[in-house]
Design a protein around this ligand. Structure first.
Ligand SMILES: Cc1cc2nc3c(=O)[nH]c(=O)nc-3n(C[C@H](O)[C@H](O)[C@H](O)COP(=O)(O)OP(=O)(O)OC[C@H]3O[C@@H](n4cnc5c(N)ncnc54)[C@H](O)[C@@H]3O)c2cc1C
Length: 396
């Protein structure tokens, strides 16, 4: 073992992004992923502001750009399916300049392909125990293997097991809603478009990137307390209009459903000893923020750069990583709280006001400026960091 051997738990987005940069700085990363293979599926994710710069510095921006979803518009509909408003997708989702939207699975694949030849990936295994010592950290895996590393990075998502092992149980901040996402056949013929339908306390969306891609359906509902299983969905969405009865029928026939509470992770400190948290494991902003991917990329850039610059002093690197990242994270977490509240309007009045605003907006001569003003907080949060240049910055 040398001070350059780093174990990364999780081959999602943050893990491979870090491995890519660490390798280029001369580290020897190993990525352990609990799933038996790279996880496919998932939803679309945004790469905004500073994160687009990170991809450029990693030399992967063009690859991500070629995978852009090219979503064209977003339509809001009523209970009977009639249109309330149809708006430009990039404008409404706050994407500007070089911002991108890609399917999560495409970005994972791009990051994996860029690292697979140089980085050791271990699939179907996970960290079971970690013992932090003066010369390294001894790790046992659930497979029974044991190895020593200089550092361990927890990039294993919002419910991170690495975080639990290193820091104990950290309470998640529940944002008052749940989300379910699943694939359905594209019976609506959606072609790079998304449809939203909202009732008090509930929001339904469906989108497809077109071609042979299935449609993704999302069901979001408010609840005072976190609920445990997806069984509640049929009940919560009973009696709704638009395509919801058909979606519920399709839901009954599928096991592959992403279902979770909208939660945030707020850590008082991102590291403990030789273990440091990255991506959602450190600061999940909840899917409502639409910023988790960007935050994971920015965090990976900072952590790799600080580890390289600190020349073996991991404590100094962790301190600087935290100091640089935290103000940007705080801004995005605050944005996520606000968005979670807006996703499921509580009452009929607030919904009616919103729908009226949408309806009149489409005729408004200053439509673009108005939407830009509304999405400004997202744009600002996405750019709320100046990326440092590191001495051994990866070639762009
Ligand atoms: C429904 C939904 C919609 C979203 N929409 C957007 C969006 O529009 N824009 C956006 O920017 N972000 C969005 N996000 C957030 C985004 O997906 C995450 O913020 C991002 O994936 C974080 O990357 P990560 O690598 O930190 O974690 P993850 O992508 O969760 O990856 C964690 C990896 O760790 C693995 N793992 C878990 N436990 C272990 C273990 N014990 N040992 C080893 N491996 C383990 C997992 O299998 C996974 O591969 C959305 C998230 C969800 C759930």
């Amino acid at each position: 073992m040398t001070s350059r051997d780093v174990l990364i738990s999780g081959a999602g987005l943050a893990g491979p992004a870090l491995a890519h940069q660490l390798h280029r700085y001369g580290f020897r990363p190993t990525v352990v992923e609990r799933a038996p293979a790279l996880r496919d599926g998932g939803y679309k994710v945004d790469i905004r502001g500073a994160a687009a710069d990170v991809l450029k510095r990693m030399g992967l921006y063009q690859a991500a750009r070629s995978a852009d979803t090219g979503m064209r518009h977003v339509t809001y509909v009523r209970r009977d399916g009639r249109q309330i408003a149809k708006l430009d997708a990039d404008l409404l989702m706050g994407r500007r300049g070089d911002d991108l939207e890609v399917m999560r699975t495409d970005l994972t694949r791009i990051l994996y392909d860029a690292t697979a030849a140089d980085v050791e990936y271990v699939f179907g295994d996970a960290i079971a125990t970690m013992t932090d010592g003066p010369d390294g950290i001894d790790v046992t895996f659930t497979s029974g293997a044991t190895r020593r590393f200089a550092l361990v990075v927890g990039a294993d998502g919002v419910h991170s097991a690495t975080r639990r092992l290193a820091m104990g149980e950290v309470p998640l901040r529940y944002l008052g809603a749940h989300i379910a996402i699943f694939d359905v056949p594209n019976e609506l013929g959606l072609d790079r478009e998304e449809i939203f339908y909202t009732e008090p306390g509930r929001m339904v969306f469906a989108y497809s990137t077109g071609g042979a891609a299935p449609a993704k359906v999302g069901l979001v509902f408010g609840a005072d307390e976190p609920v445990l299983g997806r069984e509640v969905l049929a009940d919560r969405f009973a009696g709704l209009g638009w395509q919801v009865p058909r979606f519920l029928d399709l839901l009954r026939g599928t096991d592959d459903v992403y279902f979770d509470a909208l939660n945030q992770v707020e850590l008082p400190r991102y590291s403990a000893g030789r273990v440091v948290m990255l991506g959602d494991a450190a600061h999940c902003p909840s899917p409502a923020a639409g910023q988790g991917t960007s935050m994971a990329l920015v965090g990976a850039y900072l952590l790799a750069g600080e580890l390289a610059a600190a020349a073996g002093d991991h404590r100094a690197a962790f301190d600087r990583y935290e100091a640089r990242l935290r103000p940007y994270v705080d801004r995005n977490l605050a944005f996520g709280v606000k968005m979670a509240g807006d996703m499921v309007p509580g009452g009929r009045l607030s919904l009616a006001v919103r729908n009226y605003g949408m309806r009149t907006l489409k005729y408004h001569p200053l439509k673009r400026q108005i939407i830009e003003r509304v999405t400004r907080p997202l744009h600002d949060a996405a750019n709320a960091i100046e990326l440092p240049s590191y001495p051994m910055a990866p070639v762009a």
